[in-house]
Ligand binder design. Sequence first.
Ligand code: CP
Ligand code: NVA
Length: 302
Amino acid sequence: MNLISIFDLSHAELEALIEKGEEQKRERKEGVRARNDLEGKTLALIFEKPSTRTRVSFEVAMRELGGNVISLNWNELQLGRGERIRETAKVLSAYVDAVMIRAYRHSTVEEFAKHASIPVINGLSDLEHPCQTLADLMTIKAQKKKLAGVKVAWVGDGNNVCNSLIGGAAITGMNMFVACPEGYEPAGEIVEKAKEMGCEVVIRNNAEEAAADADVLYTDVWVSMGEEEESEKRKKVLRNYQMNEDLVSVAKEDVIVMHCMPVHIGEEITEEVLSSANSVIFEQAENRLHAQKALLMKLLNY
Ligand code: CP
Ligand code: NVA
């Protein structure tokens, strides 16, 4: 089994992963040593672009579960000199037990999975970031004590993180309101799939309209990795989509503010909101570790 898209998981599988993540978090806090469930297993991490959270959380998760991990940068591999993905996938399948790949194009991750004979995890592509969604759902559930019926408002660029969150909402019964400028909407195919599953996905241009009465306010960078050339244009187009105190005030009083990180203070979020009592941003980052332990156990224990 792979995790390329959040839609690869059924409702039952997603719920089980969240529960397992909660268990892992509880046990780690109580000082219970994680069982060596993945002893003798090796995970390779391939990065075509930078990472702090994904890299460190996967490395620590694997080690704490008794397994081994190898982190590889694209340009250190022959991939950087033009070796094809398909041969790389076949060769690595003989050495390691699973691969996580962070790539510019979603098609790179799909191509890798197509030719690999081991589980492949999408560690972020231009289309999706399903591992982030696992941690986000775990965080929302902990804060709101439920997922179904929760109103999530996404404010800003309808990007990879937004796409996977829409999928997560569709699977778990949350409602998604997205506020973004024209041309910055989430992927049409994702929105369509979510709607087919009965999910309420409302897309607006006005941030306050989407954020009104929200239980969850979520934002992400205006310039994602790989979009640096459009940096100036994006900062102009997205400037009315900032997560600031005025915006937070239109949501429910107990709204939680989320961001997958890295944050760009003064762009998509203000310092005040980041450090406010509503912010659960560091809890989200921590939950990457616990949710990914659950994922690795599922994928590697076959
Ligand atoms: N949220 C997230 O994936 O962070 P990194 O880019 O640091 O891995
Ligand atoms: N949308 C951001 C997320 C970073 C974790 C990006 O793709 O750069």
